[in-house]
Design a protein around this ligand. Structure first.
Ligand SMILES: Cc1cc2nc3c(=O)[nH]c(=O)nc-3n(C[C@H](O)[C@H](O)[C@H](O)COP(=O)(O)O)c2cc1C
Length: 340
């Protein structure tokens, strides 16, 4: 199977819910939620793609060639590249029901592992949205990251406990799900949490704790104060707030605000290894990719996910080659420019 064949298979499995566009930029699925689109006008998803496209790379191939090493050390583990599959749930409500939650996560957890990377798993209103994927995390020896919605304290801590029993090497919370229409529609909305509430939850977590859905320098400082080990600069793929800034736009100011005190991951319209290079240059330690993994799983199962992940790693290495970067720490801010 090649990537072209994967896309053709995915188009059949995902029609009519996702069109598997040539570029997954939020234009065709604007406002389709449930579905693959963004909230309201869908502008937040579209902007995430556009702003990332405006970042341009500075080419220079006069340097001593030492090859390229894309490996990254994060949360105590070494990965083939700092690339993760983002948590995606709602296989029936958002997509065609081709996969159960468990089967989808078998593809992404297994496929990213095959390529030497890792995945986040998701959560939702019904218990099996969390527990099904968690059984996959357990089978994978804990080598994936369960992501818990901002439920009430007791529910969160109960889920943290289950994640730790499954051996998960880290636990995340998508704090921005306070704005997720799907939870509100089901009568179980997520809610904002204070620094003190988050700090209390943090004390109940024995592994690295990651807060997903941070979009301001102030928010990043509060996450740090609450004791989070890492944040994910993310607007949930544009699904929680219309007309929000693009994650890549706010990344440099967030890195400046927290310095080296936190690991910073980012997601939002990252599609290629070239995009991964851009966000690493602008201050991220790693990237999550969402919708393209839905395509990869529907188009080729676990193999498709491994194929897509290897494609990303290859593109990252190629971009490093064209910019004189031998290792990830060589990917510094001067390697990119914003388009004027
Ligand atoms: C259909 C769908 C379901 C999602 N489910 C979750 C979820 O359960 N938990 C979560 O933290 N994020 C969820 N997200 C957000 C993604 O993890 C990620 O932040 C976003 O998709 C990144 O943007 P990208 O898809 O453009 O790469 C979901 C996104 C989509 C499109």
């Amino acid at each position: 199977m090649d990537y072209k064949e994967l896309l053709e298979n995915a188009r059949k499995a995902l029609a009519p819910k996702c069109r598997v566009c040539r570029v997954c930029n939020g234009a065709a699925c604007r406002g389709e939620l449930p579905g693959s689109g963004g909230k309201g006008t869908g502008e937040s998803f579209v902007r995430a793609y556009e702003k990332l496209s405006e970042v341009k790379i500075n080419m220079d191939t006069i340097y001593e060639n030492r090859g390229q090493d894309t490996t990254a050390r994060l949360f105590g583990h070494t990965f083939a590249a700092p690339v993760f599959a983002a948590p995606i749930s709602g296989m029936s409500s958002n997509y065609t029901g081709y996969f159960t939650e468990t089967a989808y996560n078998e593809c992404v957890v297994g496929g990213t592992r095959k390529a030497g990377c890792s995945a986040f798993t998701g959560d939702g209103v019904s218990a099996d949205f969390f527990e099904g994927p968690l059984s996959v995390v357990k089978k994978a020896g804990g080598m994936a990251i369960p992501t818990i919605k901002p439920w009430d304290r007791d529910t969160v801590l109960e889920k943290v406990q289950k994640a730790q029993e499954a051996g998960a090497f880290a636990v995340a919370m998508d704090i921005d799900s306070a704005g997720l229409p799907i939870l509100a529609l089901a009568g179980r909305p997520g809610a904002a949490k204070s620094v003190e509430e988050l700090a209390e939850i943090r004390r109940g977590v024995k592994v690295p704790f990651i807060l997903k859905g941070i979009m301001t320098a102030e928010g990043a400082k509060k996450a740090l104060e609450a004791g989070a080990d890492a944040i994910i600069v993310s607007n949930h793929g544009g699904r929680v707030l219309d007309h929000s800034r693009a994650p890549v736009e706010v990344l440099p100011s967030i890195r400046k605000a927290v310095g080296d005190q936190m690991t910073i991951l980012i997601d939002g319209a990252i599609r290629t290894g070239v995009d991964v290079f851009k966000v690493l240059a602008l201050g991220a330690d790693g990237a999550l990719i969402g919708r393209p993994y839905v395509t990869a799983a529907h188009g080729g199962g676990e193999e498709g996910v491994a194929l897509y992940t290897n494609k990303i790693i290859g593109e990252l290495a190629d971009t490093m080659k064209m910019t004189g970067c031998a290792v990830l720490s060589d990917i510094t801010p001067d390697k990119v420019d914003w388009e004027k």
